[in-house]
Design a protein around this ligand. Structure first.
Ligand SMILES: Cc1cc2nc3c(=O)[nH]c(=O)nc-3n(C[C@H](O)[C@H](O)[C@H](O)COP(=O)(O)OP(=O)(O)OC[C@H]3O[C@@H](n4cnc5c(N)ncnc54)[C@H](O)[C@@H]3O)c2cc1C
Length: 373
């Protein structure tokens, strides 16, 4: 942190307090945030804070994005899909053609366009080799057919990065990422918003592609067949973000639980005075401090360009597993109140569960880490 970043944090905190925190319940009911939120965040330069100004970004770096993820986590927000949006921007920045960067990044920065990434299919999650969606060349166009599931921002998305097979016979070199603008696109259909255990304000959807036509310039970059390599190259960005948000949730749970056990009395004294409570919270604090050291190291690596896939996988694995343990222990200290959805800890417990599944499950993280041994 430095003085500029502290000022930036103040601005983000004010934005989160006025534009995010008061709307959680309504977003949970309607299963998505308001489109207007994206415009407001874009207007303040929050959406693509780490994208160069020449492409409409705010010209900051990963520290600015970290601050946004931390402040969202500090109020328990899991509805605003800015994480996925930022990853799409990085695909474009690092893998896109100059024309693709100029066409999309300014609109993603302003919130005029909302982005999603469509990899997962009913038959392909951890193992993307099973992807069946095809984008086959027909003259100067691609014809896309297939379906996707569990797509974050799916209901609102104007730009979807679709993982598809462009050459079914070329194995892992037969995949490409296609930039699909969804507005009034014949053959493109958004299914229902899926009813999830947690993260209920986030619009996670099924997407259907029936003879969807896009131009040859919709392939990310200047050649097909690079999809897997392009996906791999941005994984550390995504996994570090998940780790940052997990840490934010751990720190919030600790604050909320300490407050509760200081006030709640049983057997003539505050819960806080009981040794079990103190020991449990000492363990939570230890995990928060260890997690903070790991996340700070990751953010520094993201800033100085030394982040690697193994380290990002370690951070995602450790922080999301810790988040799961912490939510469970903290909820227990709330007793029956912890089971009531009007108590934030209950929602945090439900919201946390998927952190060990998406962005590469814990088991896949272990596979990746083991390869480095
Ligand atoms: C809320 C939510 C949001 C999501 N957002 C997106 C999104 O925006 N875009 C997108 O493309 N996808 C998204 N996903 C999908 C997510 O990335 C997948 O669910 C995840 O990759 C797991 O795939 P799967 O569900 O098919 O499970 P599977 O791959 O069927 O895995 C089932 C279980 O088997 C384990 N397993 C699989 N392979 C191995 C192995 N080799 N060794 C040991 N264990 C293994 C897994 O760890 C898991 O525990 C989202 C999912 C959810 C729930």
């Amino acid at each position: 942190m430095n003085a500029d970043l502290e000022l930036y944090r103040d601005m983000v905190r004010r934005f989160v307090a006025t534009e995010i925190d008061p709307h959680h319940e309504r977003w949970r009911e309607q299963q998505h945030v308001d489109r207007e939120l994206w415009r407001k965040a874009g207007g303040l330069g929050l959406l693509l804070a780490d994208i160069p100004e020449e492409y409409g970004g705010a010209g900051g770096d990963y520290a600015h994005m970290t601050i946004l993820f931390e402040e969202l986590a500090a109020v328990g927000d899991r509805a605003f899909g800015v994480h996925v949006h930022a990853i799409v921007a990085h695909y474009l920045l690092n893998q896109g053609t100059e024309e693709q960067k100029r066409r999309y990044l300014p609109k993603l920065a302003s919130g005029e366009m909302i982005a999603a990434i469509a990899m997962t299919e009913p038959g392909a999650g951890s193992d993307l080799q099973g992807v069946r969606t095809r984008a086959l060349k027909e003259g100067s166009e691609y014809l896309i057919n297939g379906s996707k599931i569990f797509i974050s921002n799916g209901y609102l998305a104007d730009l979807v990065v679709v993982v598809a097979k462009t050459d079914p016979d070329a194995g892992s070199k037969g995949f490409s990422l296609l930039l699909v603008e969804t507005n009034e696109r014949p053959g493109y259909r958004v299914g229902r918003i899926l009813d999830k255990l947690g993260q209920k304000g986030q619009d996670t959807c099924e997407l259907f592609f029936d003879d969807v036509r896009v131009g040859a310039d919709a392939v990310l970059g200047d050649a097909e067949g690079r999809g897997f390599a392009q996906l791999m190259s941005e994984l550390p960005y995504e996994r570090t973000m998940v780790a940052v948000s997990a840490l934010g949730a751990i720190e919030r749970a600790l604050r909320l639980t300490v407050d509760h056990v200081r006030q709640r009395k049983a057997f003539g004294k505050a819960l806080f005075e009981m040794q079990n409570t103190r020991f449990k919270l000492a363990e939570v604090k230890t995990q928060a401090v260890v997690g903070r050291a790991l996340v700070d190291d990751c953010v520094e690596r993201m800033l100085n360009g030394t982040m690697d896939t193994t380290t990002a996988s370690i951070a995602k694995l450790w922080l999301t597993e810790a988040e799961g343990r912490v939510m469970d222990e903290c909820l227990q200290l709330f007793g029956g109140y912890g089971y009531m959805l009007e108590y934030p800890i209950a929602q945090m417990f439900a919201d946390a569960r998927v952190q060990r599944i998406y962005g590469g499950s814990s088991e896949i993280m272990k596979e990746i880490i083991a390869r480095s041994l």
